[in-house]
Write a protein that binds this ligand. Structure first.
Ligand SMILES: CC(C)(COP(=O)(O)OP(=O)(O)OC[C@H]1O[C@@H](n2cnc3c(N)ncnc32)[C@H](O)[C@@H]1OP(=O)(O)O)[C@@H](O)C(=O)NCCC(=O)NCCS
Length: 298
């Protein structure tokens, strides 16, 4: 039996409420107050992920006091498509904590994705104990340190993109929609909104187009080159990427499973601020060192 917060506390449960601008604003404020992030930036790129299944409690003044959102995050795992759900935007306002609101919202979201046949659940958290009781297990992540490949004559021209330029944004969105998974081992098959949000949150991230077929998300501090993601209709090799970007780093770190990059790598444990957790019948198929691209982080 789920608790009746509506009656006990005068709260209203809202589901699928992103179409309601004042309720969406309520969530934006909850996330701003809880995590100091502004997700309303997404309004500039076409709004939040349309697959979102938000569950929120609102007080009589329309303030969002608690939320938990599921969304569809189709993956490729070992070459096979996996119907996966991600969970994000989990927060409860301080004065409403420790009354079971979060438990209630998690149970509702998990029940919905189970009913819709999702075979894998994924989340990122700094509080793994909270989710272990629901069967989530930590998936250790690894960074991949690549040997410097032999550079070639650049085959395509590299062009720096800006999220502020409408034509660039159009190209980025189109390649995100039509991309090949960046890895056959473990990668998102389709995810647009988090890529755009992550790119706009971190001004160090560069988005560079190689021709009209590939966008490379990367950062470089003068010594280390971090390859964050590739949105492309055909995945270029690491040699092609470095040649086109015209960088010769001392160290190359690849932040996703690098099986399609035609390069030599060694893996190193990655200690992030959050851990990646998974559960569900497809979770056992996830083996070997892997990393979720920082551009798909949610
Ligand atoms: C974490 C948070 C969402 C919990 O909200 P809440 O409404 O107080 O949680 P509930 O009262 O529904 O408790 C749900 C369960 O989580 C447990 N829990 C709560 N906070 C926890 C924590 N920090 N670590 C581990 N378990 C925790 C409770 O003991 C309870 O367990 P039970 O179901 O076995 O009784 C809230 O403290 C919060 O918003 N924190 C800041 C943002 C955050 O960390 N969000 C989660 C990001 S992954």
């Amino acid at each position: 039996m789920m608790a009746d917060f509506d009656r006990e506390h005068g709260l209203t449960l809202q589901q699928d409420y992103f179409g309601d601008p004042s309720a969406w604003k309520g969530l934006v404020e909850l996330l701003e107050d809880t995590f100091s992030i502004d997700v309303s930036i997404q309004d500039r790129f076409g709004g939040p992920d349309p697959t979102s299944m938000p569950f929120g409690y609102f007080d009589p003044d329309g303030r969002c006091v608690a939320n938990f959102t599921a969304f569809s995050m189709p993956l490729i795992v070992n070459g096979k498509p996996v119907k996966a759900a991600g969970y994000q935007s989990g927060a409860v306002r301080t004065e409403w904590r420790e009354r079971g609101l979060y438990r209630d919202l998690m149970q509702r979201a998990f029940a919905q994705t189970a009913a819709e046949g999702y075979e894998l659940d994924l989340l990122l958290t700094d509080k793994p104990a909270l989710y272990e009781r629901y069967g989530f297990r930590t998936l250790p992540q690894h960074l991949f340190v690549a040997k410097m490949p032999k550079l070639q004559q650049a085959a395509s021209t590299a062009r720096q993109l800006s999220l502020e330029a409408p034509n660039d944004l159009r190209l980025i969105k189109s390649l995100l929609q039509n991309r090949q998974p960046v890895s056959n081992q473990f990668a998102v098959a389709r995810q647009m909104e988090m890529f755009l949000l992550n790119a706009s949150f971190n001004s160090a991230i560069r988005l560079t187009a190689l021709g009209d077929e590939a966008i490379i998300a990367w950062t470089f501090d003068g010594a280390t080159f971090w390859l964050l993601d590739i949105a492309a209709t055909a995945i270029p090799s690491l040699a092609t990427i470095l040649s086109a970007l015209d960088v010769e780093p001392e160290r190359i770190e690849i932040c996703f499973s690098p099986d399609r990059l035609e390069c030599e790598v060694s893996s190193e444990p990655y200690e992030g601020y959050t851990v990646l957790m998974a559960r569900g019948k497809a979770a056992d198929d996830i083996t070997g060192p892997l990393m979720l691209s920082p551009m798909a982080e949610f």
